[in-house]
Design a protein around this ligand. Structure first.
Ligand SMILES: *Cc1c(COP(=O)(O)O)cnc(C)c1O
Length: 479
């Protein structure tokens, strides 16, 4: 028993830190140890519980309804609003798209209109559910262009999408205008507030008013808002809210056409782990409105101070003024964000590079948590010295030979041999034992060498290369 626990702890040492406010992607740290302990206990207590059947686990039904009710209060929801607790933002979005498609059986070739900054989960939903994505451009501040969205909506459009805020740039789309355009065309609008919803709602309560994006906007049909981001709950929980029960109804799956019990699934899974629901409920109980308001204040304060501090770091600037708690940074070209991210890593900070996109240079993404506030000065100092180190090293470059190799690779016909050749040429793997085939690759110490290579590849090739690389990472460890 003890052996397993210490082994786990040793394994977890390999990971990005969950606590301490220095992980600026993937991790949301409230800094409230007591709340985190209560949540972990709730997850453990409910690890074996199954939300599949509310009659067998009425406590999970109760907790889910309370979580959805709490979300309703944050989102100016009229009494008609109903919702579902899902396993995460992607599931919330996939269900929203599937429900919108199935609400329109009259549309043979359904389409979805979305700004090109929308989260990839919409594209995933489009692929899984056979909905054609129609992308529309964003303005110079990376916000959706309303006119383009309005023009793209037609009789085949089953859903329009807006972000509050978008992940990559942290800006809020003009939801009220998009909603007006969608209403005029009788198209439902989904607001993706997965990452920012929780914090924006409390920012509003603090008087830091943002443009409207909740159910207060007529024409907003559904909203996704993750618990496991700025709800600071353990992973595996998100809210999906619909303006009325009729909107939610097609998201339920039901069948009596098998020999077992009559099945009704409210989410994509059937067996639904109780742990994340209980962990989320315990967190929301422990923090309450007062706790969340305080956390929002701390987080937004940290963002303000970081934004002002970054303006003073030579060689670094904000891509756009943040609407929420996400920052996108770019360099002046004297260094690159990939090396910068590695340098930050060496200084104990996890930050996330984002690749070049539509003619815009690569950026550095920072998701700020409440627990980052006490470390803002440290973060700025780390950024300053990382920029200096990255400048001294000079921008990471891809070897001419590799560039030529990339040029020859066709993403649609690339063989395993071709890919092995690239791995070996790039120094990412040695040739395999026999037949030269590379089976598994280790994670690199520094990511810049890989990132800069991927950044040099066109998007389609980048997708295929990354997927092939990840294939090699996920290789069985045999006894
Ligand atoms: C995180 C995120 C999602 C998807 O959520 P997951 O919980 O990662 O599945 C969707 N939209 C936005 C804007 C996000 O930041």
């Amino acid at each position: 028993m003890l052996g397993t626990r210490s082994h786990l702890r040793e394994l977890q040492e390999l990971d990005t830190a969950l606590r301490g406010g220095r992980s600026l992607a993937y991790v949301y740290d409230s800094g409230r140890a007591d709340v985190q302990v209560a949540a972990a206990e709730a997850v453990a207590a409910y690890a074996g519980s199954n939300g599949l059947d509310p009659s067998a686990f009425p406590s999970l039904l109760r907790m889910e309804n309370e979580l959805v009710g709490f979300g309703c209060d944050l989102l100016d929801a009229p009494r008609s609003v109903v919702g579902t607790v899902t396993s995460g933002g992607t599931e919330s979005i996939m269900l929203a798209v599937q429900a919108a498609r199935d609400a329109r059986p009259d549309v043979a070739r359904p389409r979805m209109v979305l700004p090109e900054t929308a989260h990839p989960s919409f594209l995933k939903a489009a692929r899984y559910f056979g909905v054609e994505p129609v992308f529309t451009p964003v303005d110079r501040q990376f916000r959706a262009e309303v006119g383009a969205m309005a023009a793209a909506m037609d009789a085949h459009t089953v859903l329009a999408v807006a972000s509050a805020p978008s992940y990559a740039h942290g800006v809020i789309d003009p939801v009220a205008w998009i909603a007006a355009a969608a209403s005029a065309k009788r198209v439902p609008l989904h607001v993706d507030a997965c990452i920012g919803g929780w914090i924006l709602a409390y920012a509003d309560q603090l008087g830091l008013v943002r443009p409207a994006w909740t159910f207060a906007v007529a024409g907003v049909s559904s909203i996704s808002m993750d618990l496991h981001k700025y709800g600071y709950t353990p992973k595996g929980a998100s809210l999906l809210l619909f303006r009325d029960a009729a909107g939610r109804r097609p998201s339920y799956f039901t069948t009596a056409q098998w020999p077992g019990y009559t099945m009704v699934n409210t989410t994509m899974s059937s067996t639904r782990p109780g742990g994340p629901v209980a962990g989320a409920w315990a967190t929301v109980q422990a923090l309450g409105d007062d706790g969340y308001r305080q956390l929002a204040r701390e987080c937004l304060d940290a963002v303000d101070r970081l934004a002002r501090g970054i303006a003073e770091v030579p060689g670094l600037e904000l891509v756009v003024a943040p609407d929420a708690t996400l920052l996108a940074l770019r360099t002046d070209g004297s260094c690159d964000v990939f090396t910068l991210a590695d340098e930050m890593g060496e200084r104990g900070w996890y930050v996330q590079p984002q690749m070049a996109w539509h003619g815009h240079p690569p950026t550095l993404h920072l998701t700020v948590s409440a627990a980052t506030l006490p470390h803002v000065d440290d973060c700025l100092a780390a950024l300053r010295s990382s920029v200096a180190a990255a400048r001294a090293a000079g921008p990471a470059r891809v070897d001419q030979g590799i560039l030529a190799l990339l040029d020859r690779l066709d993403p649609d016909t690339m063989s395993d041999r071709d890919f092995d050749g690239l791995l070996v040429a790039a120094g990412l793997a040695g040739p395999g034992p026999d037949s030269g085939a590379v089976e598994a690759v280790p994670l690199p110490q520094r990511m810049a060498s890989i990132s800069v290579l991927l950044d040099a590849a066109p998007p389609r090739l980048r997708e295929v290369l990354t997927a092939r690389y990840v294939e090699r990472l996920y290789h069985p460890v045999r006894r």
